[in-house]
Design a protein around this ligand. Structure first.
Ligand code: AMP
Length: 311
């Protein structure tokens, strides 16, 4: 049986080469552990055949950063086997250009995931996930309509179809998703429940830069000026949170506070601001329980999202 867990050598034994090459150790000086790379459905089946349960799964689109790392670390802490996937899912992109320019950093991703303790990295091609003749789509209803669903038609059908395939292939006991994509987390949880997928969907907190910007693979696409301006999202969320903590319970006032902060930043173009019910995502007028503040803001062609739960 192939060894799993901390300290496991690569499939070919300690020091064996592996396809792709891990690059430099990350963080520097730490021993590099190399995930078992599976590029096809069959290779994934082989890699998981003897894996101990529970299996923890972290689906990603790669360009891994400390936000992804926190999910992998949580999966590592809670499961004897950890699988990540790196798949830039074309069906969830609205614009071909956005898909094409999405950062792809496989060698660094493998080094980071291995250093944190991922056992298996599933890195399928588009044809492996959507082979010739593919004709299935998973659609979640009401939850996908507002916010990101309204701004990005078809986006969530791409997400849920892609995630359903990955969950079906990996058959993990737990899958870890970031609160950073709050609506995605809700939608995936709904889908898993509705379809009886049997994988527990675990939500993990947002990891931020010291200046408050939520980590995102898209941050690397910002110009230095846009990057300097981007923490305005966090400031806008905190402005509304401040009002809420002071007793404000009018949803429109919180939306206005977020918008007011964002409009002061000339490089920012606001897609939407929202103060919604955190379980239905319907906009709130009077806030009588928990709420979810969220926003999408463009800097040039780079679109950033962020949110803040109020509870
Ligand atoms: P992505 O590669 O952007 O599809 O993200 C893969 C997973 O990482 C998703 O569940 C995201 O919500 C999560 N994630 C991305 N950025 C962060 C972050 N800053 N903090 C926590 N989780 C994150």
């Amino acid at each position: 049986m192939a060894p799993y867990g901390p300290g496991a050598p690569p499939p070919g034994g300690p020091g064996a080469p592996y396809p792709g090459g891990p690059g430099a150790p990350y963080p520097p000086g730490r021993p590099v552990r190399i995930p078992w790379i599976a590029r096809t459905r069959a290779e994934l089946r082989a890699a998981l055949a003897n894996a101990p349960h529970p299996i923890g799964f972290v689906p990603t689109m790669g360009a891994l950063h400390a936000g992804h790392a926190s999910l992998i670390a949580r999966a590592r802490a809670e499961n004897p086997a950890v699988v990540i996937s790196i798949f830039v899912n074309p069906t969830q992109f609205n614009e071909r250009a956005d898909f094409d320019k999405y950062p792809r950093t496989e060698a660094a991703d493998l080094a980071l995931a291995g250093a944190i303790g991922a056992d298996v990295a599933f890195i399928p091609s588009v044809e492996e996930i959507y082979p010739a003749g593919f004709q299935t789509s998973v659609h979640v209803g009401g939850l996908t309509e507002p916010l990101e669903g309204a701004a990005r038609p078809g986006h969530f059908d791409g997400v849920t179809t892609g995630v359903a395939i990955l969950l079906g292939l990996v058959r993990a006991d737990r899958a870890y998703f970031g609160q950073k994509d709050a609506q995605q987390l809700l939608v995936v949880r709904r889908m898993a429940l509705d379809l009886g997928i049997g994988t527990e969907i675990v939500g993990c907190p947002i990891v931020r830069e010291p200046d408050g910007l939520a980590l995102s693979s898209r941050n690397t696409l910002l110009t230095p000026e846009q990057r300097a301006a981007a923490p305005v999202l966090r400031r806008a969320l905190l402005a509304a949170r401040g009002l809420w903590e002071g007793g404000e319970r009018n949803g429109e006032s919180l939306r206005a506070a977020m918008l007011g902060t964002l409009l002061k930043e000339p490089l920012a173009t606001v897609d939407y601001v929202s103060c919604a019910d955190p379980s239905t995502l319907q906009e709130l007028t009077a806030i009588s329980g928990p709420a979810l503040l969220s926003m999408a803001v463009r800097f040039g062609s780079v679109r950033l999202i962020d949110n803040e739960p109020l509870a």
